[in-house]
Design a protein around this ligand. Structure first.
Ligand SMILES: Nc1nc2c(ncn2[C@@H]2O[C@H](COP(=O)(O)OP(=O)(O)OP(=O)(O)O)[C@@H](O)[C@H]2O)c(=O)[nH]1
Length: 593
């Protein structure tokens, strides 16, 4: 059954595959870019939050420094003149710490300058008042002067709260999730401040050996209420907030210590001092003892504030580091993803598609009997393709074998086994083709050759010698004519020479040449006998002659050569010659031997 091949697709493999490859690369790129963008945003937020929290911590440190500066200031104003120099130095050191903290806080470039300027002004004013009060002789120093100076320092802290609020609002606006951080730290900062203020309200009058003014009593009560409120607002530490607190204690433990030591014991201390309406004589403790005990009670509150702030900064720095690691890891994964997808496509193209297409081309060539010029490049291919290439090589090898065999069979089919000349069938094919051709270079002329008295040779020397004679005459004729002349065994002891393109006269010349050559050849038999043979030649041919006619005319000529005595050449002038007499008649025929 004849197979019908389907029509070829209009699309090549390359055309089908490349849009998918492009989509795959684009999708991978989008995926990778999406991942990097998302982690990039997270990192941006974490970095921004960490920066804001660090700035907020610096700002709160300055608030704390302003609070802390009041302690040495109070002592300087009320202490004995003998201790003045050393207390002045302490106060100056406290001022230096406040100034340094304010300078660090002012590095937050977004902070409105006027807010900071107002704080600095108020601080200067308070410090001038403190200095003035401290320089006044003790007998001239009124409690009011001291309280005014302290109030001026309170005002500096109050003004500074605008800075703290500004930064906390800024921080919450950029990420509402860190609102609790702002609230907790502001609350702790406030607790520290109001605890200090409470101490100031009590210590200043006792130090000056005065009954506590009503105003101070009211302020103390208000401040205690405020401290209670702030403590209530301070979210309790359930577990830990993360970040690093004290090495030994967790923030929850610091919270508990501050509650016990300050909120319970410290406030109880204050309560005892306030008994009996602030009457100096009724007070439980003198200035020195109260100060020592109250400052000690405040310490855990201060520690809680410091540890909380440090833990928050640590936590946000850690989050920033984590986000950076995630961003770098995502970027690395994204690069690997895009890179490996691109490499995959390149490898697929180079190591699969191209070798497959090459294999396909070789197979197509094989189907069209075109053998590959080189063996398939098996080395360096993947295992499956190595097998395919090896199979192609095997098929190509078999095809090469078959085509060699086919050529041999074809040759055998057209070759005479005894003499190695082409056989009658092949001669007929060539002669027939030449007779049909219109080109003058193809015009066929046939020389028929018959060995004379061959039967006698057989009879006298034996059949094998007869065969030898046939082989040697055949070889001689093959050597004598041109390569493109066809020498064939016509049958038995008859040979034929097909000459194309020559005139009949030239064919006759060739026949004469052959006749002489045969006549002059000596054949030596295997038993050393030398013998000679002759042959008769009939020549015919020409344009527009049918091949069968040419054979017939040549045979007639051969017959005439035989009957004329053998060992000679005879020519038959054909019908065509008679149709075109001028062409052939003008050519003088050679003398026939
Ligand atoms: N040895 C051998 N003899 C062959 C072969 N083919 C034909 N012959 C012999 O060739 C001889 C031809 O003899 P004839 O046709 O009588 O002609 P002749 O003896 O050559 O005499 P003329 O042709 O008249 O000169 C026969 O005896 C054939 O047997 C062959 O392949 N080998």
């Amino acid at each position: 059954m004849k197979s019908v091949s389907p029509p070829l697709s209009s699309k090549s493999l390359h055309q089908v595959l490349w849009p998918f490859g492009l989509v795959a690369v684009l999708c991978t790129l989008l995926l990778a870019a999406g991942g990097v963008a998302k982690t990039g945003q997270t990192y941006d937020l974490a970095r921004n939050n960490a920066t804001q929290v660090r700035q907020f911590a610096a700002i709160l440190e300055a608030a704390n420094a302003i609070s802390a500066e009041r302690g040495p200031a109070n002592v300087l104003m009320t202490a004995e003149p003998s201790r003045y120099e050393s207390l002045l130095l302490k106060w100056h050191n406290a001022q230096a710490r406040t100034d340094a903290a304010l300078k660090t806080a002012s590095l937050t470039r977004t902070l409105p300058r006027d807010l900071l300027d107002r704080v600095t002004e108020q601080l200067d004013q308070g410090r001038r008042r403190v200095l003035a009060a401290s320089l006044r002789p003790r007998e001239q120093l009124a409690y009011r002067d001291v309280q005014m100076a302290i109030n001026a320092m309170f005002l500096a802290w109050d003004n500074y709260q605008r800075v703290v609020l500004w930064q906390s609002r800024h921080m919450i606006q950029s990420d509402p999730a860190i609102a609790s951080v702002a609230i907790r730290n502001m609350t702790l900062s406030g607790l520290r401040e109001y605890a200090g203020r409470l101490g100031s309200y009590l210590i200043a009058p006792i130090s000056m050996k005065e009954n506590m003014p009503l105003e101070n009593q009211i302020n103390s009560r208000e401040t205690m209420a405020r401290i209670q409120t702030l403590w209530t607002l301070l979210p309790a530490y359930v577990g830990d907030i993360g970040g690093s607190a004290d090495r030994n204690l967790s923030l929850a433990q610091h919270y508990e210590i501050a509650r016990q030591v300050y909120m319970v014991q410290g406030l109880a201390l204050v309560e005892r001092q306030l008994r009996d309406g602030g009457e100096l004589s009724a007070m439980a403790l003198d200035a020195e003892s109260f100060t020592a005990q109250y400052v000690a009670a405040m310490k855990p509150l201060e520690t809680l504030r410091n540890q909380n702030l440090a833990a928050v900064v640590d936590k946000f720095n850690h989050r920033q580091d984590q986000a950076l690691i995630e961003l770098l890891a995502t970027a690395l994964i994204a690069t690997l993803l895009v890179g490996s997808m691109s490499v995959l496509l390149i490898v697929m193209r180079r190591r699969v598609v191209q070798p497959l297409l090459h294999g396909a081309k070789v197979i197509i060539d094989l189907s069209e009997n075109q053998l590959p010029s080189q063996p398939m490049p098996i080395q360096g291919q993947v295992r499956e393709l190595q097998r395919l290439y090896a199979a192609i090589d095997a098929v190509a090898g078999k095809l090469a074998e078959w085509s060699t065999l086919t050529r041999q069979f074809e040759k055998l089919a057209i070759t005479d086994g005894l003499t190695g000349l082409v056989n009658r069938r092949n001669l007929d094919e060539l002669g027939f083709k030449a007779s049909l051709s219109v080109r003058s270079s193809d015009v066929p002329h046939l020389i028929l050759v018959d060995i004379d008295h061959f039967k006698a040779i057989n009879d006298r020397y034996g059949h094998p010698v007869g065969d030898q004679v046939l082989r040697e005459v055949a070889a001689l004729m093959r050597r004598t004519v041109r390569d493109n002349d066809c020498v064939a065994r016509f049958g038995g002891e008859e040979f034929a020479v097909l000459i194309q393109g020559n005139s009949l006269a030239e064919a006759a010349i060739v026949a004469r040449k052959l006749r002489r050559a045969v006549q002059n050849q000596t054949i030596v038999t295997s038993d050393g006998q030398a013998l000679r043979v002759t042959a008769s030649f009939g020549v015919a041919g020409g344009k527009n002659e049918a091949w069968a006619d040419i054979i017939r005319y040549a045979d007639e000529a051969l017959y005439r050569a035989k009957t004329a005595g053998r060992n000679r050449v005879r020519v038959t002038r054909t019908q065509s010659r008679q149709r075109h007499p001028p062409l052939l008649q003008n050519i003088p025929l050679p003398e026939l031997g």
